[in-house]
Ligand binder design. Structure first.
Ligand SMILES: [Zn+2]
Length: 215
């Protein structure tokens, strides 16, 4: 049961194709797991279609149609599908799976951060994307943010002062949030995280390690 969702403004930005690639990836990953938000995006796309239909026609410049068709082809090639592959419940839904180049979490090569914590970079910044794996009970430590941070839980769960996050939940952290997420007991917690800027750690040695390894 998903209880944390992206803001409507973020869903609309994604629907309009105006979000950064990493932000679009994390919203699409949530959409693959959340029927409620898929309905919102579908409505937004429908509304966008009506707006386009009501625009006053403008004369086209020479080659405008060919240019538009080429751009649509490019967008289609780049756009991740939100449809999961057939055959059982995927641990990693599309479109995220396409970014990993592997079919399962067990094939991912993780980079060590701290005992119990590992990550796998996916997209460089601005708005960098990475997978983070936390053993039960582990934490990256108390930190705040220099920009926005979006997270979607893929397996397990974690908790902080703002609530508990389970598979599919979408967490938006802003610079005013000081928190210490701790992985829930049970299974490993695996999160897709998109950060606008590096985290600001309250423990300087952890901050030094994080900056050295590009966390
Ligand atoms: Zn949702």
């Amino acid at each position: 049961m998903i209880t944390h969702h992206p803001a409507d403004s973020l869903l609309l930005k994604h629907a309009a194709g105006a979000a950064h690639e990493a932000v679009s990836l994390i919203v699409a990953t949530h959409l693959a797991l959340c029927p409620a938000c898929r309905r919102v995006v579908k409505l937004a796309e429908h509304a966008g279609g009506i707006l386009l239909e009501n625009l006053t026609p403008e004369p086209l410049t020479t080659g405008a149609w060919e240019h538009l068709a080429a751009r649509l082809d490019e967008a289609e090639a780049a756009a991740p599908s939100i449809v999961a592959r057939s055959g059982g419940t995927p641990t990693i839904p599309e479109p995220l799976r396409s970014y990993l180049g592997a079919d399962g979490l067990d094939k991912i090569r993780w980079n060590f951060v701290l005992p119990g914590l590992a990550f796998r970079p996916l997209l460089p910044g601005p708005f960098s994307a990475k997978l983070v794996r936390s053993k039960p009970g582990s934490s990256i430590g108390l930190h705040t943010h220099k920009g926005e941070e979006f997270s979607v839980v893929l397996a397990g769960g974690y908790s902080d002062c703002s609530g508990q996050y389970r598979r599919g939940d979408f967490h938006t952290a802003t610079p005013d949030l000081l928190h210490r997420p701790v992985a829930d007991q049970g299974e490993d917690c695996i999160v897709l995280a998109v950060t606008e800027a590096p985290l600001a750690f309250r423990n300087p040695p952890i901050g030094l390690i994080a900056s050295l390894i590009g966390y």
